[in-house]
Design a protein around this ligand. Structure first.
Ligand code: ADP
Ligand code: MG
Length: 681
């Protein structure tokens, strides 16, 4: 059970004073449902409001004295009301839209010197401020800086500031879970003070990942993460599982021979499955290394033993593609395969869930829909999670917890730098597919300016096979990005007519599916898309990958995208088109041009990435940390791993008083599934 002391942090945001339905609505969307979610919503910047006695720079927030001298009353309300006055640096006009004379007279009595704060502009030689942010009699009543939170439409910064301030005035006193000496040596504050400080930055340097409060919380988070992983792993090692020895009754006839790497990995998995200890294994293999078939053969070994298998993919497109391919392969074996995504609804869904619960379906393929409450199995023996970096640890565990003893196989095409693999996936054994099927020709990668687009279109005209054209949609809500994709599509349509398809994240499921189906069948030759195709999609006849604004993608993403071609025996080309190229971006694109080795790319990504360039990893979901930030906190991660090991060595059930405090920490960072694991043992 969650320590009671945490209740004020875990209660609903609506329990806070002043949060009505409307505020709750945007708060829920912006940060989440609980007070704790609000606390994890950290400021993104600080707006300074310096005081000026001379002329402030234009376009910046500034505070200065102002003495109203004259009202410039407009003839109609459509024209703004203006107040002319004097400042230490000359005449200035304040501009107000939709204001009433009365109101203005009260706020700006003539000849009374006031303090105002706003953004100074120069319009046709006159200084103006449109709607000043503050008008006060005393300078002290105007803040010298303001904390800015990440916002969305409808959200109010001032409301966030007030609410968070309120939470701190009522903050529970939490036990200290860190070693006091360690805190003292590093000069790190306690949890509450650290979090408070993070919400009160006074300048940009307070936002650095290296301040003591930020380091303290990052260490907390990393320790929670490492503890959770190790607890799960410790349990897995001795936990009873479902034993599924190979029987070889179900034989799949494949159009190719397995690679040596596939054979080796498969035998590791097969041994795990046969043993009565629960399997928990990560299969890492670069894009195109052939993980799916390995997973399928593992699944057959479980099905032979009359257990069910669940195969979870991160996107609808991918789940459907797996379903189609796998059903076809399994047809001769008479095995019933089901598909469950958010799109299976109504009667169809009910029937499916029923067959699943009765055990009539042996293999169910799907998306997150598989981990929903209503989904029940008769006897789940193996949970396979594809592209696992797209799921959080909790989601991964949820599928495994559908039934006790379930074996799990998680697969990832995001090679994890060796220096991090152990720390990030400490709860699993690892298999590596380090060889691609024979006959693959290397992908030729070229780095080009977007100015070359006409030539690229020419190339596309003469290209004998299918091609992808990817435009960035970094933020799904970014309208301009969506426009850019659509425009590119229109432009290509003018040249290629119906041979072009368009798929993006804002499209409905069926629309997306239809477009993908046309591309898979070869009906369309060119597919314009956003990164929705990034994960796993397999069209062997596609051999040209064009990535526009490649400088805006992270290395990991680019590597994934490139992996969509070069999947057959065709000569493949990847064109990385850039618009503006920083030195760092240039280095990244060149690295990609020079190697296809995913592990090398991952290692370099970690080394190279400056603080701002985390896009690739963030997108890859590899680190969904709230506070910790790699690579700046890589050392902290190493300490946290050591510390977690020592803690569990001396107190494996977290029952000492420090252990109890650490449980509180685990709750604060959503690692409660690890605590359940502790309890189950
Ligand atoms: P990934 O590891 O990226 O998930 P897939 O499992 O999608 O890769 O496999 C990529 C392609 O390689 C598929 O078309 C698959 O059928 C094919 N493939 C897998 N194993 C082999 C093999 N041993 N020989 C030839 N082709 C293979
Ligand atoms: Mg795959």
């Amino acid at each position: 059970m969650r320590p009671e002391i945490l209740n004020p942090l875990f209660c609903d945001i609506t329990s806070l004073k002043g949060v009505g339905d409307k505020t709750a609505h945007w708060l829920n969307l912006l940060c989440g449902r609980r007070v704790l979610d609000l606390l994890w919503h950290l400021p993104s910047s600080v707006r300074m409001r310096p005081i000026y006695e001379t002329q402030p720079p234009l376009g910046q927030c500034a505070t200065f004295q102002f003495t109203p001298k004259k009202y410039l009353v407009p003839p109609t309300r459509r024209i703004p009301f203006r107040v002319q006055g004097e400042t230490p640096f000359g005449t200035l006009v304040l501009v107000f839209f939709h204001s009433h004379m009365k109101e203005i007279e009260i706020r700006f009595p003539l000849d009374k010197t006031l303090w105002i704060s706003g953004t100074l502009q120069n319009k046709n030689g006159t200084f103006i401020v449109i709607h000043p942010d503050y008008v006060r009699e005393k300078q002290q009543d105007i803040p010298t800086h303001e904390v800015i939170y990440p916002l969305m439409k409808g959200a109010q910064n001032t409301v966030l500031i007030k609410l968070i301030q309120g939470v701190f005035s009522n903050f529970p006193t939490l036990p200290e879970w860190q070693n006091e000496k360690f805190l003292a040596v590093n000069n790190w504050p306690d949890f509450k003070s650290a979090l408070f400080k993070l919400h009160r930055p006074e300048n940009d340097s307070d936002l650095s990942p290296l301040t003591p409060p930020r380091m303290r919380l990052a260490f907390d988070e990393l320790l929670a993460n490492q503890l959770a992983l190790m607890i799960v792993r410790q349990k897995n090692r001795v936990q009873a599982g479902i034993a599924c020895p190979p029987k070889n009754t179900l034989k799949l006839s494949l159009p190719f021979a397995l690679t040596t790497a596939q054979e080796k990995v498969l035998s590791e998995i097969s041994t795990d499955l046969a043993s009565p200890i629960r399997m928990s294994r990560l299969l890492q293999g670069d894009v195109g290394s052939g993980k799916t078939i390995v997973a399928l053969l593992a699944a057959l070994q479980v099905i032979e033993n009359n257990y069910q298998v669940a195969f979870m993919a991160p996107t609808d497109i991918l789940a459907r593609q797996h379903f189609q391919k796998i059903s076809k392969l399994l047809e001769p074996l008479n095995i019933r395969v089901g598909l469950l995504t958010a799109r299976e609804k109504g009667k169809r869904r009910e029937a499916l869930l029923k067959s699943l619960a009765l055990g009539e379906i042996s293999l169910i393929i799907g998306t997150h829909a598989l981990i929903e409450e209503g989904v029940q199995f008769k006897n789940l023996g193996l949970a396979i999670i594809d592209e696992q970096h797209r799921f959080g640890v909790n989601q991964r565990l949820k599928l495994a917890q559908k039934q006790p003893k379930v074996n799990t196989l998680v697969m990832s095409a995001t090679p994890i730098p060796r220096s991090l693999a152990m720390t990030l996936y400490g709860d699993m054994e690892v298999s590596v597919l380090n060889e691609k099927p024979a006959g693959r020709t290397p992908i030729q990668t070229k780095v080009l300016s977007t100015k070359k687009i006409p030539a690229v279109i020419q190339k596309l005209q003469n290209w004998p096979n299918q091609a992808y054209w990817v435009c960035p949609l970094v933020d799904e809500s970014e309208k301009s990005d969506l426009m850019a994709v659509k425009e590119r599509f229109k432009e290509l349509q003018q040249v290629f007519g119906n041979a072009v398809g368009l798929v993006h994240g804002k499209m409905k499921g069926d629309e997306k599916e239809a477009v993908m189906a046309d591309f898979v069948s070869g009906k369309t030759r060119i597919l314009v898309s956003t990164t929705v195709i990034e994960v796993g999609v397999d069209v062997p006849n596609a051999s040209l990958m064009i990535i526009e604004h490649a400088e805006r993608f992270g290395l990991a993403t680019l590597h994934q995208l490139r992996g969509r071609v070069g999947r057959g025996t065709l000569n493949s080309v990847c064109l990385l088109l850039y618009d503006k190229l920083s030195a760092n971006a240039k280095q990244r694109l060149e690295l990609l041009r020079d190697t296809e080795d995913g592990f090398k790319i991952a290692e370099a990504d970690l080394q190279m990435r400056g603080a701002g360039e985390i896009l690739g990893w963030r997108q890859s979901g590899l680190q969904d940390f709230k506070i910790a930030h790699l690579p700046e906190h890589t050392d902290l991660l190493k300490y946290a791993t050591q510390e977690a090991k020592e803690i569990l060595k001396s107190d494996p059930t977290l029952s000492t008083s420090r252990g109890q405090a650490l449980r509180t920490l685990l709750y604060l960072f959503e690692k409660d599934s690890a605590i359940h694991t502790l309890k189950a043992g």
